[in-house]
Design a protein around this ligand. Sequence first.
Ligand code: AMP
Ligand code: ZN
Ligand code: ZN
Length: 438
Amino acid sequence: MPYALTCPASLRRLVLLASFTLLNACAQTPATVPAADDGAANMTATADRAPASGDTYLLLVSIDGFRADYLDRGVTPRIAALAAEGVRADALRPAFPSLTFPNHYTIVTGLYPDHHGIVHNRIEGDGEKNNFVYNDASTTADARWWGGEPIWVGAERRGVRTATMFWPGSDVAIDGIRPSHWKPFDRGFSPDQRVDTVLGWLDLPAARRPRFITLYFEQVDRAGHDSGPDSAEVNAALAEIDATLGRLLDGIAQRRLRDAMNLVLLSDHGQTASSAERAIAVDEIVDLKRVRAINFGVVAGFTPQPGEQRYAYDALLKAHPHMQCWRRAQIPARFHYGTNARIPPIVCLAEPGWVITTSTWLADRGSHFSRGEHGYDNALPDMGALFVANGPAFRRGARVPAFDNVDVYPLLARLLGIAPARNDGNPQTMRGLLREDR
Ligand code: AMP
Ligand code: ZN
Ligand code: ZN
């Protein structure tokens, strides 16, 4: 099964969401990626581990697919304690579309997907570039996909050492710059191994030790897709990641770095229940030989074949029971989505809980339908993501209203003491979060 090797996402989701074109790209063998700098392998003992006076660290943790209200389930005691002793938002509003790659990159650039260019998990290339397929490193490695300046690039440029224990884009030389320490994404690398790697970086001698570190976990999102957001499996994944974070916090405390560590713990989007009964067979609405499907799923894109524009618009832009389609330029302004040429000319968005697919797919694979989905309208409460922050810079015991995830980047820049690059975030948001601004 060659493409399972190169495309590690679960088969059923991949087949559901990928277009045929993009599936082909996915099946190609990835090019070799440059070797990651494994700082942890060169761990040194503890002599100069304590921070120089005034030095603080910033740890940015993403638990993919952690819906805002999961925190109230009582299965994540360590995260709940961080929230109680720090600051928590009612929700972190994702950017549209509420998908993994667009949102992780928004969090580290402060730019809407329209502006940073990662407009979907799968993007059609323009003739010079191959298609972008989020889980195929041979396609994502092309730096031309990644616009803006991710926080680790800005930090490295200004002499602040960074390390990434996974993050979309962190394995790509953006503007020729990578984090000082980074790893190619590998789902086989366990949560504990990830935490140990971060702790290893904190054990490095001061000259090599990163001040900004990312850490990423996909297990909660995967359980959400496979079993649904209200499943025991999601709760088990939440408990597992909570315990792993507990180990991280204990490791930080043992290193006497707790008072120097600012922690931002968030997710990219939530999750809502989906089912095979809520599938839209789009080939029954439009002839896919006359209109090319760029991607399927919650947010689907279509390009009319030459001479088929009128037909495509007539078929797709009219009212449909469970999805709404727009011409790219007419997508509602609140989505901040539609000026980027990488967005297909017609974008269709499924109603919450529904998914856009084909009758062929349903006949072949309908029994393997996912039970949770995201990508929907980013204002939907179920798409709301986690935001918790804790550490010397943050208020204690504060709860703030939901805010947009473009606002996270200016906060990160502030915490690192670097000038933010141009971004879409509202710098006022951090006033509700930071202690010194009260
Ligand atoms: P989504 O399909 O939007 O739910 O994407 C979530 C999936 O993205 C995770 O289950 C991971 O397998 C994959 N993923 C997350 N981070 C990366 C990364 N840095 N590189 C490649 N794939 C990733
Ligand atoms: Zn995600
Ligand atoms: Zn997901």
